[in-house]
Design a protein around this ligand. Structure first.
Ligand code: 13P
Ligand code: SF4
Length: 330
């Protein structure tokens, strides 16, 4: 009965006893059940701190592919869990809240994308990892923002390519690789929100600060950036750079790890257009909480499932991405 109710809510809506030390309890469950907790940089600081591994979407897929754990808990969004499940069909893959979706993945319905691909015979299909397994099933190779440039460049210059679903990342890759890929018109609601005017004001207030931006941002924001890259690339740049202050145009969860790795530096989150909302936080990512993580490990619910027929096709472009990334040393 309870599971039926949880299926409706998308998570275990059981109140957690206030006397339980969640960090200790999560650690016990992790050992008892041989669980690996993988967390994305956009998770809350407390989830990042308790995870076995924290990384960008490429690293999450790489860790999932290699783990010997019996259960993977993916503290991130649904497509990340699906990628782990597709790579590890025999393992149980859990996510603290099944409602943790992705506006970018939602901007690319699989039936419409499959139709688009069908209308363009002879095109190689490159899909960003922020897509459903069903979209990956009609894709030739998956990319993340860490390897998109190198994977696109691994094809001949005259290769006819469809790139989906992020138009901002696609435009950016077109500009740096001198390609003319056909783009799907999708976007992420968080990265589209950053305000050019407010970033310009911040730069004037902090003239020594460097601006970092994720390639999902609009081109007008990318033009202001000193460095453009995936969450992992921005983190690496910020820790290695001699600069002492950074304006960060991506989801603000990344500031937790930046501050942890570079405690003497200042990280300023780039503001969204609407200053009354916390729009530089991904509402989907933030659905996962420590309580939901604990309950999900305790009850082994909710579980990510992928239709085996879809998984059989989706695994091919994901494996291809992992193989190319390994060869490139990424
Ligand atoms: P990364 O691949 O840089 O981790 O980005 C994931 C994501 O969802 C960006 O919005
Ligand atoms: Fe999706 Fe955007 Fe959230 Fe990343 S930040 S998970 S692209 S909605």
């Amino acid at each position: 009965m309870k599971r039926e109710e949880w299926l409706k809510t998308g998570f275990v809506n059981e109140p957690v006893d206030k006397n339980i030390d969640l960090k200790v309890a999560i650690d016990q469950l992790r050992k008892q059940k041989n669980v690996v907790i993988l967390a994305h940089y956009y998770q809350t600081g407390e989830i990042q701190d308790i995870a076995d591994y924290v990384g960008d979407s490429l690293a999450l897929a790489q860790w999932a592919a290699k783990t010997t754990a019996d259960i993977i808990v993916l503290c991130g969004v649904h497509f990340m869990g699906e990628t782990a499940k597709v790579l590890c069909p025999d393992k149980k893959v859990l996510i603290p809240d099944l409602n943790a979706g992705c506006s970018l993945a939602d901007s690319c319905p699989s039936d419409k994308f499959a139709q688009f691909v069908k209308e363009h015979p002879g095109y190689t299909v490159i899909s960003y990892v922020n897509t459903t397994a069903a979209v990956k099933a009609v894709t030739d190779v998956v990319v993340t923002s860490t390897n998109a440039r190198q994977i696109v460049e691994s094809f001949p210059e005259d290769e006819k390519i469809i790139f989906g679903p992020d138009r901002n990342l696609g435009n950016y890759i077109n500009s740096i690789t001198n390609r003319n890929m056909l783009l799907w018109d999708g976007a992420c609601h968080v990265h589209e929100q950053f305000s050019v005017e407010k970033i310009v004001e911040l730069k004037a207030e902090h003239p020594d600060a460097l601006t970092l931006a994720h390639p999902e941002c609009k081109s007008t924001v990318l033009k202001l950036a000193d460095h453009i890259g995936s969450t992992a690339a921005l983190l690496k740049f910020a820790t290695k750079s001699n600069a002492k202050a950074f304006i960060v145009a991506t989801e603000s969860g990344i500031l937790h790890e930046m501050q942890k790795q570079a405690p003497d530096k200042t990280f300023i989150p780039a503001p969204p257009n609407d200053s009354t909302c916390a729009c530089n936080e991904c509402s989907f990512m933030r659905l996962n909480t420590l309580e939901k993580l604990y309950n999900c490990m305790k009850y082994e619910f909710p579980e990510i499932t992928v239709d085996p027929e879809i998984a059989k096709e989706a695994v091919k472009p994901i494996r291809r991405m992992l193989d190319i990334s390994e060869k490139l040393g990424l």
